[in-house]
Design a protein around this ligand. Structure first.
Ligand SMILES: *Cc1c(COP(=O)(O)O)cnc(C)c1O
Length: 369
């Protein structure tokens, strides 16, 4: 992976904002409730290791990732706290997790039997049973299966450490489906004779808007990065979320074009007047969506329109006047009283702030402040 260290395009991550968000979340939680910081997908694009360390310093007591390799990277960096892999790991490689004391999500009896059959592990495997209460993704849907799983987990090769579910609509105003899922959660966990150490149901949206049902651990993802899990749908928040990331660069080419001149692929933009055009070294290969033509970036505290097609590594913008090369350009972040959030970009692109942040390419250097 090549990182653009000698290039002005940077993702600036404000670690104080992450700390702020975690501490404010901590304040609304009962003291007995633990917080696992979700750092999957390179810490939602912000950088897995730095975010993990920051979160742990700020009050998180564990970490969640999507895949085993992310958990191993954290262990290799010396992080010793509990780490839960939220996705399905193949039983064939689960012993690696047992050795590294990484907790795995299990969603079927079949998985447990397969691991039991082929495991020679000397360390017990930490297991969190995932309950599919309506997300329809992974996990147990049947009470009898849950009972069978609990029996199998009594074996010494397992440590039954957690049980959890994931809500599909915690970020929506209407709580009907959420309540149905919660009912299913009671049914499924009611099948267990003993509850394990961790009983958890809450992602960011659940902890922000359904606080009473958090269990004894939450899995805090997008809110830790200062973004609203609902996008623009629910503006009411128990505390102010501080966005941690800014995507910035500098103008690297400036010229005046004449009326009738065209810009970028397809010559799809033609100037109506004589115009100042700036070139910005950010393109869709940096993770900035190609469909953002007509949106804007911030220069000198003003919104400047993106014109013509966005290229792989560059884009062009219309300037209100001549600006010099090296003038700061903000694609995500603040300038003066103007702000562009990942959520706004997402709305324009027809997606969600999660996808905008996790799409920022690895070649964009992360700078921490
Ligand atoms: C990604 C994920 C989370 C974190 O979700 P946010 O909405 O970012 O808080 C929590 N739980 C599970 C199972 C996940 O996959």
């Amino acid at each position: 992976m090549v990182i653009g260290k000698n290039r002005e395009t940077k993702l600036i991550v404000d670690l104080a904002a992450i700390t702020h968000n975690i501490q404010h979340e901590r304040q609304i939680l009962a003291e007995s409730v633990e917080m696992f910081a979700v750092v999957k997908a390179n810490g939602y694009g912000h950088g897995i290791l730095t975010v993990a360390k920051t979160a742990l310093n700020a009050g998180a007591t564990g970490l969640c990732v999507a895949i085993l390799d992310e958990a191993l990277a954290l262990r290799e960096a010396g992080i010793a706290v509990p780490i839960l892999v939220l996705g399905i790991t193949s039983p064939a490689v689960a012993e690696i997790a047992a050795k590294a004391k990484i907790s795995l999500t299990v969603g079927s009896v079949e998985w447990l039997k397969e691991y039991e059959h082929q495991s020679n592990a000397t360390e017990p495997l930490n297991v969190h049973l995932g309950m599919d209460t309506g997300m329809g993704r992974i996990g147990f849907r049947d009470v009898e299966e849950v009972k069978t799983a609990e029996q199998i987990l009594k074996s010494d090769i397992f440590n039954f450490e957690g049980v959890f579910t994931h809500f599909a609509t915690a970020d929506q105003q209407d709580a009907e489906y959420f309540d149905q899922q919660f009912e299913a959660w009671y049914q499924l966990t009611g099948a267990l004779t003993d509850l394990p150490k961790y009983v958890h149901v809450a992602n960011s949206a659940t902890s922000l808007w359904h606080l009473p049902v958090t269990g004894n651990m939450i899995r805090l993802g997008i809110a830790m990065y200062g973004l609203n899990p609902s996008g623009l749908a629910i503006k009411d928040l128990p505390y102010e979320l501080e966005p941690a990331a800014e995507l910035v660069t500098k103008l690297d080419f400036v010229k005046q074009i004449q009326a009738g001149n065209s810009v970028s692929y397809g010559a799809a933009y033609t100037a109506k007047n004589d115009e100042w055009i700036g070139t910005v070294p950010v393109g869709y290969a940096d993770g900035y969506p190609r469909c953002m033509t007509g949106f804007y970036v911030l220069i000198d505290g003003q919104r400047c329109e993106i014109i013509g097609r966005i290229c792989m590594d560059q884009m062009m913008i219309r300037l209100p006047k001549q600006y010099s090369i090296g003038t700061k350009v903000t694609l995500i972040g603040f300038q003066g009283d103007q702000q562009i959030g990942a959520t706004e970009i997402a709305e324009y692109a027809g997606t969600i702030n999660y996808e905008i942040m996790t799409s920022i390419a690895e070649r964009v250097e992360r700078i921490y402040k």
